[in-house]
Design a protein around this ligand. Structure first.
Ligand SMILES: *Cc1c(COP(=O)(O)O)cnc(C)c1O
Length: 224
């Protein structure tokens, strides 16, 4: 299936889910996750009108950026970021979805030439194999970031458990939203925290109903 066809279907589903939640679909940005696919397929995504592309490895980012030279494209780093890779990555991306520790913040502060839009990654479900701050620590963590002027915490990101159980998924997204609201209310400098990066191919409709503003879609948009 062409990316264009897939995108049409996904836009329809976004519209339906938004309407059901009384939201405007324009509030939702699709991040096309190209980590599984070829450069050609990623180029097809850009031609289909997708502007936000997501990669989860520095090498993948590098490769895609070599062929996709459009300066319209916004690049999202969505994978866990090792501190020693920050130097290579940080001035190549517009968004980082995986800020999850102070040592990483320090490295970004040191290496970034401009303020970087970051999401704090939160492990809402508490699964051991998942990266991210615990919800309790996230709230304290942002207080420590006020002196890091290269980091702009625009919101929170989570990955939901790999399940079809709607109750579990909804609960996860709802908890991230509540945490976002708490952090936003702190009104800290460099921490607007207005956004929610949540929802993937299997669960984005529920995420939208719970307030997602960035959804990260790979397999159902560009393919596995
Ligand atoms: C791979 C990945 C996605 C996209 O997953 P799909 O289920 O293929 O839509 C989203 N977010 C992150 C962090 C990922 O690593």
């Amino acid at each position: 299936m062409s990316v264009k066809k897939n995108l049409e279907q996904i836009m329809n589903r976004i519209k339906k889910a938004s309407e059901a939640a009384g939201r405007n679909p324009d509030e939702i940005t699709i991040v096309a996750v190209t980590k599984y696919v070829s450069n050609e397929r990623a180029e097809e995504a850009v031609r289909a009108g997708l502007v936000h592309l997501g990669e989860n490895r520095p090498e993948g980012l590098d490769e895609k950026k070599k062929v996709i030279v459009s300066n319209q494209v916004k690049w999202h780093f969505i994978g866990s970021l090792q501190s020693r890779k920050v130097k290579k990555v940080i001035n190549e991306v517009d968004f980082v979805h995986s800020l999850d520790r102070l040592s990483l913040a320090e490295e970004i502060q040191k290496r970034a030439e401009h303020p970087v839009k970051c999401f704090l990654q939160v492990n809402v479900s508490g699964e051991e194999q998942k990266h991210g701050l615990s919800p309790e620590n996230a709230s304290e963590f942002v207080e420590e970031l006020v002196n890091y002027d290269k980091i702009k915490v625009i919101g929170l990101m989570t990955m939901a458990p790999n399940t079809q159980d709607e109750v579990v998924l909804r609960d996860c997204f709802m908890n991230l939203r509540k945490l976002r609201d708490l952090i936003q209310e702190k009104k800290l400098p460099n921490v607007p925290c207005t956004e929610l990066s949540m929802g993937m191919s299997n669960d984005f409709e529920i995420a939208i109903q719970e307030g997602a503003t960035y959804i990260r879609i790979g397999s159902s948009l560009v393919g596995e």
